[in-house]
Design a protein around this ligand. Structure first.
Ligand SMILES: [Zn+2]
Length: 628
C-alpha cells in the first residue's frame, strides 16, 4: 500500500516521453576509491528505446522535506551508446533536474558516467561533507539519473560498490557477493529501496549486533576518524540494545527486514541525522561515543532517527508521501512527522538510559524557556506555518532567528505532544497514555516489510479519539494557529506534568552543555543576546534589553567594561551589574566602533523545571521504561 498522489503537470508531461522504456533493471556501479580525494564516480546502464527520451536527477530528497538534491556538485555527466557513440543531452529550460536527449536508432541501452564532487563544507544534510581520508557515506541519489515515472518503486536497480581494499562497509542492502577487485554487488532493489539504503564505509569500521535475542536483527555500524572513536563502552552498547527492546514495547511492531544504525564518528563530515526505513544516516563528532558529555549531547539522535522508521517512513503525512523525487512535498503535518518523533525520541533516550530523568528535565526546561519567553516571532508566524514553510526554513537560522522562527515544529511539536500525553494521562487517571496511540497508530497492521501508510490530519484526530474521546481537533488547531507571545503549550505542561517553568541564576546541566559546545555565552533570558567565543553576537531577542540598547546580530563585542571581551568576562559583568552600574560594551559593526550601555540589573537567568507540590509527577511516569 502506498500513496500515489496526483502528479505535477511537469512530471506527467515527462512521463509521456518515457512510457514503459524500462525492460531490464538499471545497473549502477559506484566507485568510492577516490573518496579521500572528495570525488565519487558512478557508471549507470539504463535500458531505453530509440527516440526522444528524458532523464531526471533526484530533486526532493525524502526526510529532508526540500528540493535540495545536490545537483550543483554533479560533474562529468556523459552519456554514450554501448558502442561508445556520444549522446548529447540538453537540460530542460525550466526544470534544472531534467535532461532531454534522443536515443539513436537501434540503441537499447545507454551508458552514463557521472561524478559527484563531495567537496561541500561540513554542514548541511546528506549533501554536506560525507567523506574523509578514511571513510565515506554514500547517498545513492547523488550519483544516478532515472527515467521519470509516477512511482520510483517501479524502477529496479542492480547496484554495486567498489571501496578501498582495507575498508569495510555497512548497509541495509542485501549483498549478493564480492569479487577480488573489491567490488561488492547487491541484490536488485527498487530505486525507492536503493535511495533509502545508504552505505557507510571506512577503514576504522565496526559492526555490533544489538539486542541479539530480537528478530529482525539490529546492527550498530560505526566508522570513525580513528580506531579510538569506535571503542564505545559495553554500557553504551547496552543503552542501544535497550532502545531496541523499548521500541518493541512502545510500537508493538517493526516495519523492516533488519535495521542498521550507520553512525559516522567524524569531525570531517556534516553533523545531522537522516532517517530511512531500514537504516539511519547518523553523523556525529568523532568523540561522541567515547566522551560522556558528547554522548549525552548527541544522545537524542539515534532514538529520534530510529523512531522515524515508524513515524515518518512507515506512517507518513500524505503530503510528504510523494512517489518520485520530482513532485513537490507538502510539509503541513511535519509537527507530527518531526514533532512527535522529537517527543518520542527524547522519551526513548531516557527510557533506554542514554539520559537519566534529570537530564531529560533539564533539556525540556531549556526548550520550554526558549519557546515560552524568547521566541517573539510567534506573534506573526504560527507553529503551523513553520511546518508549511519547512522547505525554506531548513536552510535559514542564526541572526534574528527569534523573530523569524525556523523549524520550530521540532521543539514546539515536542511540547505539543508532551501536553497531549499529559492530557490523556490526566483524563484517564493514568490508565491510558500516548504509548497507546503510538502502538495503534505506528503499529498499524503489525509487523510489515518497509512500506508507506499515509495519513492526514483527520487520521491523527481519530487515532487520539480512539485512545480517549476529546475535542482533539480544536485542541490541535488552537495550538497550531496561536499568535500569542508565549507558547500555548506551556501552561498545559505546567498544569498537567507536575512541573512549572521558573528561572534561576545557575545554568542547568543542559544549558551548560549548550554553552560549552558553542564556547560562548547564552544570555538570551537576561540581556537578550547570545555571543560566540570570540564575541560575535549570534542573536538579539526583539524588544530585549540588548535590542533596546542598540545591539544586533553580527556585531562584534570588543570590550566589556573597558576590558577585552571573553565570555567569562561578560558573564561576570552581568553578575556584578545586579548591585552595580550598567554594563558598558564596545562593539564593532562593519568597521565602525560604538559604546553601548546595557542598563540591566536582573542577573543571570536560566530556565529550570520546578516540581509543583501535591501534583502527580507525570514526567517520571512518562519516562518509566516499558521493559525490564
Ligand atoms: Zn527527524
Amino acid at each position: 500500500m502506498r500513496s500515489l498522489l496526483a502528479a505535477s503537470l511537469l512530471t506527467a508531461a515527462l512521463c509521456g516521453a518515457a512510457a514503459s522504456a524500462q525492460t531490464a533493471p538499471i545497473t549502477l556501479a559506484v566507485d568510492l576509491t577516490d573518496a579521500a580525494r572528495k570525488i565519487l564516480h558512478s557508471t549507470e546502464t539504463i535500458p531505453v528505446q530509440p527516440g526522444p527520451f528524458t532523464l531526471v536527477y533526484p530533486k526532493w530528497i525524502p526526510g529532508e522535506h526540500a528540493p535540495d538534491g545536490p545537483i550543483d556538485n554533479q560533474a562529468g555527466f556523459i552519456i554514450t551508446t554501448p558502442s561508445g557513440e556520444r549522446v548529447k543531452w540538453e537540460r530542460d529550460s525550466v526544470n534544472m533536474f531534467a535532461y532531454h536527449l534522443t536515443v539513436p536508432a537501434g540503441v537499447t541501452e545507454l551508458h552514463i558516467k557521472m561524478d559527484f564532487l563531495a567537496t561541500a563544507a561540513p554542514s548541511g544534510f546528506s549533501a554536506g561533507a560525507s567523506t574523509s581520508a578514511n571513510l565515506a557515506l554514500l547517498s545513492w541519489n547523488e550519483l544516478l539519473v532515472y527515467p521519470p515515472v509516477q512511482n520510483i518503486a517501479d524502477i529496479m536497480v542492480s547496484p554495486s560498490i567498489k571501496i578501498p581494499p582495507d575498508w569495510k562497509f555497512g548497509t541495509a542492502l542485501d549483498s549478493s557477493g564480492s569479487d577480488k577487485m573489491g567490488v561488492t554487488s547487491f541484490k536488485t532493489a527498487s530505486l525507492e529501496q536503493l535511495v533509502d539504503s545508504p552505505v557507510l564505509a571506512g577503514r576504522w569500521f565496526r559492526e555490533i549486533l544489538l539486542a541479539p535475542e530480537i528478530t529482525p536483527k539490529h546492527y550498530l555500524d560505526l566508522a570513525g576518524d580513528g580506531p579510538e572513536d569506535i571503542l564505545l563502552s559495553q554500557e553504551h552498547i547496552d543503552n542501544f540494545s535497550k532502545l531496541i527492546r523499548e521500541t518493541g514495547a512502545l510500537y508493538q511492531s517493526r516495519h523492516y527486514g533488519s535495521y542498521h544504525f550507520l553512525v559516522t564518528l567524524s569531525d570531517q563530515v556534516a553533523h545531522f541525522g537522516l532517517e530511512h526505513h531500514q537504516s539511519s544516516d547518523d553523523r556525529v563528532p568523532h568523540s561522541t561515543f567515547t566522551d560522556d558529555n558528547a554522548f549525552i549531547a548527541e544522545g537524542l539522535l539515534l532514538p529520534h532517527e530510529f523512531t522515524h522508521s515508524w513515524n515518518g517512513k512507515y506512517r507518513r503525512p500524505a503530503g510528504l508521501a510523494t512517489g518520485n523525487y520530482q513532485d513537490p512535498m507538502q510539509g503541513n503535518l511535519l509537527w507530527v512527522y518531526e514533532g512527535l518523533t522529537e517527543y518520542l525520541g527524547d522519551v526513548l533516550a531516557a527510557r533506554c538510559g542514554i539520559w537519566n530523568n534529570s537530564i531529560y528535565r533539564d533539556r525540556l526546561a531549556t526548550i520550554v524557556g526558549y519557546l515560552n519567553d524568547v521566541r517573539p516571532g510567534r506573534t506573526w508566524r504560527d507553529l503551523q506555518d513553520t511546518a508549511t514553510d519547512a522547505q525554506i526554513l531548513y536552510f535559514v537560522g542564526g541572526a534574528y532567528d527569534n523573530w523569524r522562527r525556523d523549524t520550530d515544529y521540532y521543539d514546539e511539536g515536542e511540547l505539543l505532544w508532551l501536553e497531549l500525553d499529559s492530557t490523556i494521562r490526566a483524563k484517564t487517571n493514568g490508565k491510558k497514555s500516548l504509548n497507546d496511540f503510538a502502538a495503534a497508530f505506528e503499529g498499524l497492521g503489525g509487523n510489515t516489510a518497509p512500506k508507506v501508510v499515509p495519513y492526514n490530519f483527520d487520521d491523527i484526530v481519530a487515532g487520539l479519539n480512539a485512545v480517549v474521546p476529546n475535542d482533539w481537533a480544536t485542541f490541535l488547531h488552537t495550538r497550531l494557529g496561536s499568535n500569542e507571545l508565549h507558547a500555548p503549550e506551556v501552561p498545559g505542561i505546567n498544569a498537567l506534568s507536575g512541573y512549572k517553568l521558573t528561572y534561576t541564576d545557575k545554568p542547568n546541566y543542559w544549558s551548560q552543555l549548550e554553552e560549552s559546545e558553542s564556547g560562548g555565552l547564552n544570555a538570551r533570558w537576561s540581556l537578550g543576546l547570545s555571543a560566540g567565543s570570540g564575541g560575535t553576537i549570534g542573536d538579539v531577542i526583539m524588544d530585549s534589553v540588548a535590542w533596546k540598547s542598540g545591539l544586533a546580530p553580527g556585531f562584534q563585542i570588543v570590550a566589556v567594561n573597558g576590558r577585552a571581551f571573553t565570555p567569562g568576562l561578560l558573564r561576570q559583568a552581568i553578575k556584578d551589574a545586579v548591585k552595580g552600574p550598567a554594563i558598558e560594551l564596545i562593539v564593532e559593526n562593519t568597521g565602525y566602533y560604538k559604546t553601548i550601555r546595557l542598563d540591566y540589573h536582573g542577573g543571570e537567568k536560566y530556565p529550570q523545571l520546578e516540581r509543583v507540590a501535591n501534583t502527580p509527577d507525570r514526567l517520571d511516569d512518562i519516562l518509566q521504561p516499558m521493559t525490564k
